[in-house]
Design a protein. Structure first.
Length: 150
């Protein structure tokens, strides 16, 4: 069974959402965010009760949130950078062909450097950022391939 929940967002966020809402499942994104927050609150409650395992779980959850942030940034960058790739590279990445890290590392390294500008910590997760970047490029390709190939 599925329950409906209503959420309010600022006018600015709503306008930004309108421009990209077809690119992702809004409900899924909200469910994942709620799941993370609820899990953190549940772990904090257990921690208060003196459960050391809850502290470990909370720290793992925080690590996952940080890693997810870099994956999301990679995804956003992949969407933004896909249009700058050459056709051959774009198709190969979209179809998962070749050894990405060796063949396209020049492109990726350029984008990763821009991603590091978002980070003021030492927790940057290159692999998670890269996974997100690839997914963003693939998503852009799926949204635009018919126009490109017609």
């Amino acid at each position: 069974m599925v329950q409906k929940v209503t959420a309010s967002v600022s006018d600015e966020l709503y306008e930004r959402l309108q421009a990209v809402k077809g690119l992702f499942n809004i409900s899924r994104v909200c469910q994942e965010a709620l799941e993370r927050q609820i899990t953190m609150e549940e772990l904090r409650a257990k921690e208060t009760a003196g459960d050391e395992q809850a502290s470990i779980e909370r720290l793992r959850q925080q690590r996952e949130e940080i890693n997810a942030k870099y994956e999301q940034q990679g995804h956003e960058d992949g969407l933004a950078h896909a249009s700058r790739l050459d056709y051959e590279s774009l198709v190969a990445i979209a179809h998962g062909e070749g050894d990405f890290w060796n063949q396209y590392s020049d492109w990726y390294d350029t984008f990763e450097l821009s991603a590091r500008e978002y980070s003021d910590d030492n927790l940057f997760d290159r692999a998670r950022y890269g996974e997100g970047w690839l997914e963003g490029v693939r998503e852009w390709w799926e949204a635009n391939k018919e126009q490109i190939e017609s």
